[in-house]
Design a protein around this ligand. Structure first.
Ligand SMILES: [Cu+2]
Length: 341
């Protein structure tokens, strides 16, 4: 298993608000802040706020894609856990995890590799794991695993692509909405062509309860009304802390729309994709496209470069969801000024 990016250290407060304010991009940082803080925490009719969010770590993480580990047998083990984290300013939720993080760790293998998957359920309810990259009888491999139990199975990766894995225990929507999903990259047998920079972005939607520190709000979930939509588990985290790139370098983005429900119209403002591989399979090459069209569970690879020093927002061009947090920035080292798109 390739380890994911290490969770970031907490950012210094000094710059957080100022940066958010000055980088009023795409969805608009101020709009985002008001929108997120203005909903969800008003359940109590009393004048006394009774829903103060408990202190919890920010669910931020590096966007760096893990490197491929050159071995024919890829061991992928996840403990399934629960944890309380903040997924947007003031939005503290309890998540169910693979590998104690949401999204789960990015897995990277190649066609022909055997994936030895194992899970240990450290929670108090059944969970399972469903790899979209596998051709396998799901009633056997993707079975429920009881609390305290472990389970393992193997499959051979046969098709290149950017695939989803997720908990498939009923009700599936509940398990995915609580955080049980991640990306598995399957490279072609010979590997992917080298590029200068690789990032991995998992877009997902959250249905935050009015009671901080608890799991998904079922009414909002069934109404398909997400509170937060984010890349890599925290609303607009790469607006506050842009992904640094270099002018002219070739950037490869692995993208997954994990849902459970929202699609992604992934777009990078200020450039055009040099090429994209639908579902992340190089056989499905598209050139010169502006936006990816990713249904829930679908992945892709997009490659691009930027011609000028600058700040390049990336969004889902479904702007309601961008406003809910599915927005970030690529920034070149010599960029100056701010972005007010
Ligand atoms: Cu589950």
């Amino acid at each position: 298993m390739n380890s994911p990016g290490e969770p970031r250290k907490p950012r210094r407060v000094r710059t957080g608000v100022a940066v958010l304010g000055s980088l009023a991009v795409a969805a608009g940082a101020l709009t985002l802040g008001v929108g997120l803080s203005g909903c969800g925490d008003s359940a109590s009719a009393s004048a006394e706020p009774t829903t103060t969010a408990p202190a919890a770590p920010k669910n931020t993480m590096s966007a760096d894609a893990p490197a491929y580990k050159d071995t024919r047998v890829q061991k992928v083990h996840f403990d399934m856990t629960e944890k309380v984290v903040e997924i947007a300013p003031g939005k503290v939720v309890k998540l169910w995890t693979f590998g104690d993080q949401v999204p789960g760790p990015v897995v990277r293998v190649r066609v022909g590799d055997t994936v030895q998957a194992s899970i240990t359920n450290k929670t108090s309810m059944p969970h399972s794991i469903d790899f979209h990259a596998a051709r396998i009888a799901p009633n056997k491999a993707f079975r429920d695993v009881a609390p305290g139990q472990s389970w393992s199975f193997s499959f051979v990766a046969t098709s290149p692509g950017v695939f989803m894995y997720h908990c498939g225990t009923a009700p599936v929507v509940h398990h995915i909405a609580n955080g049980m999903y991640g990306m598995i990259i399957v490279e072609p047998k010979e590997g992917l062509p080298p590029v200068d920079r690789e990032v991995a972005l998992v877009q997902s939607d959250f249905y935050v309860s009015d009671t901080p520190g608890t799991t998904v709000d079922d009414a909002k979930l069934m109404n398909d009304a997400p509170t937060v939509v984010a890349f890599n588990g925290y609303a607009a985290q790469y607006k506050a802390d842009p992904i640094m790139i270099k002018r002219g370098e070739q950037v490869r983005a692995f993208i997954l729309a994990a849902g459970p429900n929202t699609w992604s119209a992934f777009h990078v403002v200020g450039t055009i994709f040099d090429r994209a591989w639908t579902d992340g399979n190089p056989a499905n090459e598209v050139v010169g496209n502006q936006t990816l069209n990713l249904s829930a569970s679908q992945g892709s690879i997009a490659e691009f470069h930027v011609d000028q020093e600058g700040i390049y927002p990336f969004v889902t061009h479904d702007f309601t969801n961008a406003t809910k947090g599915a927005v970030g920035l690529f920034k070149t080292k010599a960029a100056s000024g701010t972005m007010s798109h």
